[in-house]
Design a protein around this ligand. Structure first.
Ligand code: SF4
Ligand code: SF4
Length: 224
């Protein structure tokens, strides 16, 4: 994949996508975290697999690849949830080369055909203001719902390693992706600064760090 000139993730081939999926396939924790959060969702679904809570974003190239292999996905219409409340915001937030998809739901999930966004949830790569990819941070909008976010010590070293390797590879290919996560990380710093909280980070070198959202100083702690 690194020997070809690619302009965006939209240029990835089906083989590239399969390779990315194969190398980012290990579960986040040693147990089924969906069983932990689903009982707290009135729909009975894990929150990240409930289209009323999270609409999965995919690279155009993932969609092209998946269409030939599974019926699991369709292009998000916006009517899959009875009460969509933020459709315009969602559509405006979508980067170039991506689209929203909807799957058949957790009862019909096919692990091998999960999107990168399924595999990375609830995490995204944290990028400092001087452009270093430091590790994994969580999507703070799911702090109340996601069991994993509240049990970061349960995240396995294998998952952390695969996450880091996947995004090292993506960032080596696509500068725009790196910029996009740098911006997301900046938003996270602003959010945590407003709440006078430190950001928990699963560091790429291991362990947990707490980051000051103002100075960006990182301090290693015994556990997150
Ligand atoms: S990642 Fe979080 S929201 Fe998704 S199934 Fe696990 S605990 Fe639930
Ligand atoms: S494909 Fe599976 S993991 Fe992804 S949103 Fe659907 S049910 Fe959840």
């Amino acid at each position: 994949m690194k020997t070809r000139i690619l302009r965006s993730p939209a240029d990835l081939t089906a083989q590239d996508i399969l390779a990315l999926y194969a190398n980012f396939d290990t579960p986040i924790t040693g147990l089924d975290c969906g069983e932990k959060c689903a009982p707290h969702n009135p729909s009975g679904k894990p929150f990240c697999c409930d289209i009323c809570h999270a609409v999965p974003a995919a690279y155009q190239s993932e969609w092209a690849s998946l269409q030939t292999r599974t019926q699991l996905w369709h292009i998000w219409r916006g009517d899959e949830c009875a009460s969509p409340d933020n459709r315009d915001d969602l559509e405006n937030s979508l980067p170039d080369g991506m689209l929203f998809l909807a799957c058949l739901g957790p009862q019909a999930c096919q692990r091998q055909h999960r999107l990168l966004s399924c595999r990375q949830f609830p995490f995204f790569p944290y990028v400092t203001s001087d452009y270093r990819f430091l590790g994994l941070v969580y999507d703070w909008e799911f702090e109340k719902q996601c069991w994993v976010i509240n049990n970061l010590a349960q995240v396995t070293p294998a998952y952390r390693t695969q996450f880091i390797a996947t995004y090292d590879q993506i960032f080596a290919l696509f500068q725009d992706e790196f910029e996009s996560y740098a911006l997301r990380s900046q938003e996270m710093r602003a959010h945590f600064a407003a709440q006078h909280r430190r950001i928990p980070l699963l560091h790429r070198n291991g362990g947990c760090h707490l980051i000051s959202p103002v100075s960006e100083r990182a301090r290693r702690v015994a556990s997150c």
